[in-house]
Design a protein around this ligand. Structure first.
Ligand code: PEP
Length: 251
């Protein structure tokens, strides 16, 4: 069985002081409970400006990985305000979240752009976490599977050799709303994603598929126990060390 990945997406929250306090809290709790890091991979994705603070706090804790929340689709050059995949790698990020629904909605990111970003990330030796998921409207119209599969197919570049890629199924209606997909619905979608990965990546069985959307300590165990759910992408609950770690414990 694949080791589960528990990833915290801090989004655009907090201050430097709060970021330092949060990572210190996570580290302090973990040092008392080393077993969690043996059983699950733990990842934190702070705002880019605080990556170096988090990196300093994690010296001596190489098992907790750092990720970014986005990268440019370009290699370098005249792209004011953007960060390249190489810069993130250089800042000791191991992962990068790409195509999050908030970026698709607020920054007009299409599948094509996301696929370009994924290719850049892989070239820079980052592991991309590619987010896909339907809106409430699409689900109500019975189009959830069709939308998720077209995002999956469109958001991955051609992958001829094996690279680690992570998929995050995040139904948009479950993000930050307190609503979660039922474990049955989530499992069904994850199984469909796994089947379709056969045509898209060299080793589909080695591709982790995370669930994201209002995951919290109370629902994590049931969701993470489902077949084909290989971890979680956690927003709100990743801002509290005790909640985040209790989700990791559930894994
Ligand atoms: C997310 O935005 O990736 C997410 C899952 O958020 P939340 O856990 O707050 O729903």
């Amino acid at each position: 069985m694949m080791k589960k990945l528990i990833a915290g997406n801090w989004k655009m929250n907090g201050s430097r002081t709060q970021a330092r306090a949060l990572i210190a809290d996570i580290v302090n709790n973990l040092s008392q409970e080393e077993a969690i890091v043996e059983k699950a991979d733990i990842l934190v994705c702070p705002p880019a400006l605080y990556i170096s603070d988090v990196r300093h706090a994690l010296r001596g804790y190489p098992k907790i990985k750092i990720g970014a929340q986005d990268c440019s689709s370009e290699e370098n050059g005249a792209h004011t305000g953007d960060l390249s995949a190489q810069m993130l790698e250089d800042s000791e990020c191991a992962y990068v979240i790409l195509g999050h629904s908030e970026r698709r909605q607020n920054h007009g990111e299409t599948n094509v752009i996301v696929a370009q970003k994924v290719a850049r990330a892989l070239k820079a030796d980052l592991i991309p976490i590619v987010c896909i998921g339907e809106t409430q409207e699409e689900r109500d119209a019975g189009r959830a599977q069709e939308i998720v599969l077209s995002q999956l197919q469109g958001s991955l570049p051609d992958l001829e050799s094996f690279h680690e890629v992570v998929i995050a199924y995040e139904p948009v209606w479950a993000i930050g709303t307190g609503k979660t997909a039922s474990p049955q619905d989530a499992q069904e979608m994850h199984t469909l994603i796994r089947e379709n990965l056969k045509d898209l990546v060299p080793k589909p069985e080695k591709t982790r598929i995370l669930y994201g959307g209002s995951m919290k300590p109370e629902n994590a165990k049931e969701i993470l126990a489902c077949k084909n759910i290989d971890g979680g992408l956690i927003g709100g609950a990743s801002l509290k060390a005790d909640q985040f770690l209790s989700i990791a414990r559930a894994a």
